[in-house]
Ligand binder design. Structure first.
Ligand SMILES: NC(=O)c1ccc[n+]([C@@H]2O[C@H](COP(=O)([O-])OP(=O)(O)OC[C@H]3O[C@@H](n4cnc5c(N)ncnc54)[C@H](OP(=O)(O)O)[C@@H]3O)[C@@H](O)[C@H]2O)c1
Length: 287
């Protein structure tokens, strides 16, 4: 019998990125399902678990991805709750790569700052999928996470409230549309993280240097220009200006890849289900 990974995506086209990592991590077959709806999840899950017997179920797993992170998370929960022992298969959710990317990012930053207690971290683009996971993990580690939007402060506060509820920690929402406003917010922060969409630069190196204090900056966007000026993708805890230590997108991306691949192997070898918390636990061992 072969190992099968059933890939439920909220997008029309399940991502080749995830398919490649799954195949390279040891799955014999990946069967992609696009534009999966919540109401279809139970039926699909039953067809997976009941068709191969309990032994076959041990050689099957479900991966949930796609750009609609909230829907993907609900689909993963629905798939898991639709199973009846002994017909149980593990479920791994990593929608839009946000769980593994946010986990890798926070693990790298944690290593650089030595712990988040008493630290204030601004997350530019924090309203997006990667930013929300990032804020939640930092807050759950005792840090002050600040979600910064380029839209209204109300928009950021609404997201911050939800993330704070999930993390049980401190999450604020702020708005900054100009470089001056973003640097002004940085005066009270120890950490600057950019999770803005690719191609948008949010902080200037001269502005960061002018703050005149020790800060750690990190950016997940590998597409030029960097979200934080002066930070190259391979920079890994590199001093990019006096008092400014930087972590670039590829330094984070290497850990992200290992996390996703490691959790695919855990599905296969140990039948272990995973979400963003398992991504973070693994990322901390790899950062
Ligand atoms: N390194 C890796 O391994 C890896 C893996 C996956 C993703 N990524 C990268 O991670 C980043 C975040 O991914 P995502 O899916 O969360 O991103 P996203 O949803 O495309 O965008 C994140 C946020 O960017 C903000 N934004 C959009 N346009 C902006 C502008 N002109 N100025 C300032 N902010 C703007 C938006 O927030 P507001 O509208 O609230 O301002 C949005 O919520 C992307 O750069 C992506 O390429 C990296």
């Amino acid at each position: 019998m072969k190992n099968h990974l059933f890939f439920f995506s909220t997008d029309a086209h399940p991502s080749p990125f995830d398919i490649n990592i799954a195949l390279d991590s040891g799955f014999d077959t990946v069967i992609p399902y696009g534009a999966v709806k919540l109401e279809e999840t139970e039926g699909l899950t039953h067809d997976i678990i009941f068709s191969r017997g309990p032994k076959g179920a041990k050689l099957s797993a479900i991966f949930v991805g796609g750009s609609d992170v909230d829907l993907a998370s609900t689909i993963a929960e629905k798939a898991a709750s639709s199973m009846t022992p002994p017909f149980v298969v593990p479920v791994f959710a990593d929608p839009k790569g946000a769980y593994s990317t946010g986990a890798a990012l926070v693990a790298k930053v944690k290593k650089a700052v030595g712990g988040f207690t008493g630290k204030r971290a601004l997350i530019f683009g924090g309203t997006g999928p990667v930013g929300k996971v990032t804020a939640e993990l930092i807050a759950s580690e005792g840090g002050q996470a600040v979600i910064v939007t380029s839209r209204s402060r109300e928009a950021a506060r609404t997201v911050a409230e939800t993330v704070a509820g999930r993390s049980g920690g401190q999450v604020e929402g702020e708005s900054a549309t100009t470089m001056e406003e973003r640097l002004a917010l940085m005066r009270t922060a120890d950490i600057a993280i950019s999770t803005v969409k690719a191609g948008v630069q949010v902080l200037s190196l001269a502005g960061l240097e002018a703050l005149g204090k020790q800060i750690v900056v990190a950016d997940v966007n590998a597409v030029p220009p960097a979200g934080i000026e002066g930070l190259a993708p391979h920079d890994d805890m590199k001093q990019i200006a006096p008092k400014v230590t930087g972590i670039g997108a590829l330094a984070i991306g290497v850990v992200k890849y290992k996390v996703e691949a490691g959790l695919f192997r855990a599905l296969l070898e140990h039948g272990t289900s995973a979400g963003y918390k398992e991504c973070y636990e693994l990322a901390k061992t790899l950062a």
